[in-house]
Design a protein around this ligand. Sequence first.
Ligand code: PLP
Length: 397
Amino acid sequence: MQLSSLLNRFSEPETLKMAKLGRALRSQGHDITDLSLGEPDFNTPDHIKQAAKEAIDANYSHYTPVSGYLDLREAVCVKLKRDNGLDFTPDQIVVSTGAKQSIANVILALVDLGDEVIIPTPYWVTYSALVTLAGGIPVLIQTRIEDGFKLKPEALAAHITPKTKLFMFSSPCNPSGAVYTKEELAGLVAVFKHHPGINILSDEIYEYIRFDGMHESIGCFDEVKDRTIIINGLSKGYAMTGWRLGYMAGPIELAKACDKLQGQFTSATNSIAQRAAIAALLGDMKPTQEMVSAFRTRRSKIIELLQEIPNIRCHEPEGAFYVFPDVSDYFGKKSPDGEIIHDAGDLCKYLLNQAHVSTVTGAAFGEPKCIRLSFANSLENIEKGIDRIKLAMSKLN
Ligand code: PLP
């Protein structure tokens, strides 16, 4: 069968590849500690599940408007005003099958052949895959661990060209955990002020999972608010990854374009998840706060344990549930079996096969010096996993 050339423009996400390898070893009877998980290890809060059960009984079983039920889009507007001080109307909101689809809709609606899209790295790899899929050119700007993996305004300015159509980033960031302060965002906005043609996609899916300070949205700045597209969803903050519900909020013409695309691809996301989403967005935030408090304890633990491993450099994440240590001092070393660790990918494979701990190579996020460890796992598993990593790393020389 001759498959389309489109498929060659991107590869399977490394995160999913690692999960597959881990599952294969587990099925052979190995005790694998999974520190590659990209989702909260918590259950969806009860009041949200209850709303879904009631929706089934009330026969919410029909197609819904492509952009989502009106009262759900109203709830999104309430949330954006309440949490972020942002003013949106329901016709500016499109609800989708996860934030991933919302991002895909926006990119396909905005990016033309040859358009450049600036993405600070490390970044969630789906961003560049979608840009290339749309025929655009991802322009990656490396950030440094010394700068907390945050983009400096000068670096942004230096990468802007007449072809720059979009800037996209996440704060809190997957994989670095970096969270931009209002001052840092103001620095970027000062650059965008001189480039009115550049749109901004602000992925705020980890908004609630942060450990210090306030969440700040770049959409709050007057200079860019009319060209900022907010992406958010329920997956991370409400432990609802499997429900598949995300949304975009942006200019009306873009919302209409996303509605048009989605109308051909998937139509609306499922009706029951939409009813549950209203309960989530307008309901009790205590379960989310408890989850974040558990993540905070685990963050301290994993950082403390990682600091005991020689020659790795770790930035303390301000949000999300990942640490992203620089492990490049280990490149060039040999495993007890005589295999050379050339890069982070080799190190992840070594850790999986020898330590039985699943992690993800930083190359998957555009930063090949690092690996990503998730602390969306119990304290017990974090301790076990890092202990095993420490032992395996000590055998490299
Ligand atoms: N944005 C970022 C930065 C993510 O890490 C993820 C999921 O890993 C998503 C978006 C997608 O979330 P959803 O489950 O809503 O599609």
